[in-house]
Ligand binder design. Structure first.
Ligand code: PXG
Length: 443
């Protein structure tokens, strides 16, 4: 990567998310200029296979003119009107109808926003308000998980379990609690998958009992934990968590911001793992990342109570933005027409998982390959302090592949339109990046 004047200027003036500003000033920012299909190109002309789908979001990949046209048509007709005080717009009417069709049974109403964080923040607030409406205002605590990621608002950071984030700004807020994640590689300690899944679920039960179910509003979890390192729970985990939430009358919030819209091989991570959520958050793949938009799906029990709860004092200027909604509708139509989700479930998802496992079996740096559908991670079998996951990212980038180091794992989450030959290339470049690092450290 060569640093341009623009990249240097940016590093001086822009405080980037999850970036050390001083470090960035040494190298300058990397300037991305175009994308097509599963590839992006930076200003130096390097073309990279985007193994992360932007930031886990480009379901349809880059360069889809249909989405650009949907945005343009809406921008020319009505670029903005709000959704406050009972107003709506035609694309938003369509979007709510489409989402009601697509989401799991019982999710029938939607609260819109511009980001996953806003959807999570709304879920936290509306779960508490729900219990207030039930005459149980003490049911306020939100139980999340260590390593969970639910965004960067105060409530999102608090619901999440990222200690680095908690350490900046005096978080978590009161009334958030965290339990162990279903992370077998780190915590199974010899137990088989089914047994470990039940043990990780039992941690939720114990915590709810300690807090007192009369004080707990909701449990929140990503079906597969994304930013925490692509942690795929054992099959026994979610059904048991669901049962525990029902037993204690605690709402279940499925954070589908990464898993939604086909990532795990079905429309929802909730479908893949057998969850019937009371609330579900969606963003990213809702528009294939083309425009910022999120939705909170609200199940009948909560929605009926909110409907009878008087005026709802909640909302954002850009909630249900008509241009974003028009792009979301077109995106959902394309995902359906092109049978993208079905392909991930029956073809490209299993293909990626099998290719990674075959190719990396016995690799000296690989402790585990895990994943489902088109989301995966490789856990590095060396101490995290060596920083090898970051080294693999760098070597892969030199070879034209974007992957994401997370603690001691390397994550992948390519656009859902990726084809088999492109998966072969992704796996080949990843393998080469791992080989480079293995020879550098003498493995
Ligand atoms: N929930 C989940 C499960 C997410 O993955 C959010 C909520 C928040 O969405 P917004 O749109 O507010 O960012 C996310 C976002 C990473 C990374 O480091 C992951 C996300 C965002 C930024 C970085 O892998 N996920």
């Amino acid at each position: 990567m060569t640093t341009s004047e623009g990249g240097r200027s940016d590093a001086l003036r822009h405080l980037h998310p999850f970036t050390d500003a001083r470090e960035l000033q040494k190298t300058g920012s990397q300037v991305f200029v175009r994308g097509q299909g599963v590839y992006v190109e930076d200003e130096s002309g390097q073309r990279l296979l985007d193994g992360m789908a932007g930031l886990w979001c480009m379901q349809l990949g880059y360069g889809r003119t249909e989405l650009a046209e949907a945005a343009r048509a809406q921008l020319e007709t009505l670029p903005y009107y709000n959704s406050f005080f009972g107003s709506t717009t035609p694309p938003l009417i369509e979007l709510s109808e489409r989402l009601a069709d697509l989401t799991p049974d019982g999710i029938t109403r939607f609260v819109y926003g511009s980001s996953g964080s806003e959807a999570v923040d709304s879920a936290v607030r509306l779960s508490r308000f729900f219990w207030e409406l039930q005459g149980k205002p003490d049911k306020r605590v939100i139980v999340g998980r260590d390593l969970g990621y639910h965004g960067s608002t105060l409530a999102g950071i608090s619901a999440g379990g990222m200690s680095g984030m908690h350490g900046q700004g005096g978080l978590p807020l009161p009334d958030f609690s965290h339990v162990m994640p279903p992370y077998a590689y780190a915590y199974a300690d010899g137990r088989d998958d089914a047994e470990f899944g039940r043990a990780a679920a039992a941690a939720v039960d114990e915590r709810i009992r300690q807090l007192g179910p009369e004080n707990v509003a909701a449990f929140i979890g990503e079906p597969v934990m994304g930013a925490g390192g692509v942690i795929v729970p054992p099959a026994s985990y979610w059904p048991e968590v669901q049962r525990i939430c029902r037993e204690h009358d605690v709402l279940l919030i499925a954070d589908e911001v990464i898993c939604g819209f086909g990532r795990t091989g079905s429309w929802w991570g909730s479908d893949t793992f057998g969850i019937s959520p009371d609330l579900m958050t969606m963003a990213k793949g809702l528009t294939s990342g083309y425009l910022p938009m999120s939705a909170l799906g609200v199940g009948d029990r909560v929605a009926d109570a909110l409907q009878d709860g008087g005026k709802l004092f909640h909302g954002f200027t850009y909630a249900g933005h008509p241009v974003c909604a028009a792009v979301a509708v077109r995106n959902l139509d394309l995902l359906r027409e092109e049978r993208v989700v079905e392909r991930v479930g029956s073809d490209t998802g299993p293909y990626l998982q099998a290719r990674l496992r075959e190719t990396l079996a016995g690799h000296p740096l690989v402790g585990e390959v895990r994943g489902v559908g088109l989301i995966a991670a490789v856990e590095i079998a060396r101490p995290a302090e060596l920083g090898l996951a970051e080294a693999v990212r760098e070597r892969c980038a030199e070879r034209g592949l974007i992957v994401r180091p997370i603690r001691n794992a390397v994550a992948m989450c390519p656009p859902l339109v990726i084809e088999r030959a492109e998966i072969d290339l992704l796996v080949e470049r990843l393998r080469a990046g791992l080989d480079d690092v293995a020879s550098a450290v003498g493995s």
